[in-house]
Design a protein around this ligand. Structure first.
Ligand code: SAM
Length: 251
């Protein structure tokens, strides 16, 4: 049964191969050429694109921009690629790969914007380094974005959001458009992702910010465990889910 499922997935990936980049390391420094686009074309990257709702709608709204979407789960990524094919999009490509490897795939300053939508919260503090907004990731993104580059970040998880604000500040990104309730006022420009729809319908407010790389942005020193985190570990409180924690992993 498992074998049949795998064969079916392989077939679907094969059928979608024209929008899948199998060797992203070979595109390093060449992504715009892959689209036959001019050097000034805006290049946007999404990490953890899920089923592709956000990247496909972004590509539709901005036909002159180029989009590269990453997800590490093939069963999910294939749905995103199939969606782009159904919608006839030509300005988006997909990579089955881990966000941790971005520096192997892009030259410094190669892309303009990074989208991180509803990344896994990794709620235990000993897992903090896996959060895509941990300072180690932020140091890597700043090299790849260059001055003026932006990270657009959304999450329903308030604890992850507060952690992320601290991390962006520690690296001296310029934070703007910060909101703890994105849906409180009409925002027709906002593209609602799959997780955003699910969790906002359950009543969770959506947090969002934009972090811009400036001349001041720089890698931050290693993160020191805060007293509250250490205390949480000692009392094992962290094992108890905080509202919003672990949602990403549950879906
Ligand atoms: C919680 S879901 C959010 C999906 C989508 N962005 C949304 O908002 O609906 C997180 C997605 O990120 C992917 N993901 C998690 N860690 C990743 C990593 N290190 N590299 C690439 N994708 C990752 C997961 O496979 C999953 O599809």
């Amino acid at each position: 049964m498992r074998q049949r499922k795998k064969r079916n997935l392989d077939k679907r990936l094969d059928a979608a191969s024209h929008l899948l980049v199998e060797h992203p390391e070979q595109q390093k420094g060449q992504w715009r050429a892959l689209f036959e686009a001019p050097p000034e074309a805006k290049l946007m990257v999404e990490l953890g694109c899920g089923k592709g709702t956000f990247v496909c709608e972004s590509a539709r709204r901005e036909p002159d921009a180029l989009f590269i979407a990453f997800d590490k789960v093939p069963e999910v990524l294939v749905m995103a690629v199939e969606k782009a094919i159904r919608e006839g999009l030509t300005n988006v490509r997909f990579v089955l790969g881990d966000a941790a490897l971005l520096e192997e795939f892009f030259e410094p300053g190669e892309f303009d914007r990074l989208y991180i939508n509803f990344c896994d919260p990794w709620h235990k503090s000993r897992q903090a380094k896996r959060r895509l907004t941990h300072r180690n990731f932020l140091a890597s993104y700043l090299r790849l974005l260059g001055v003026g580059g932006q990270i657009h970040f959304k999450t329903d998880n308030r604890r992850l959001f507060d952690f992320s604000v601290e991390e962006f500040e520690a690296c001296h990104y310029a934070i703007s458009e910060l909101t703890y309730d994105l849906h409180a006022t009409p925002a027709p420009w906002n593209i609602v992702t799959e997780y955003e729809r699910t969790w906002s319908e359950k009543g969770y407010p959506i947090n969002r910010l934009v972090a811009t790389v400036t001349d001041e942005t720089a890698p931050a020193p290693p993160r020191k465990k805060r007293a509250s985190e250490a205390a949480a570990e000692l009392s094992q409180k962290e094992e108890q889910p905080f509202p919003g924690d672990g949602q990403a992993e549950q879906m």
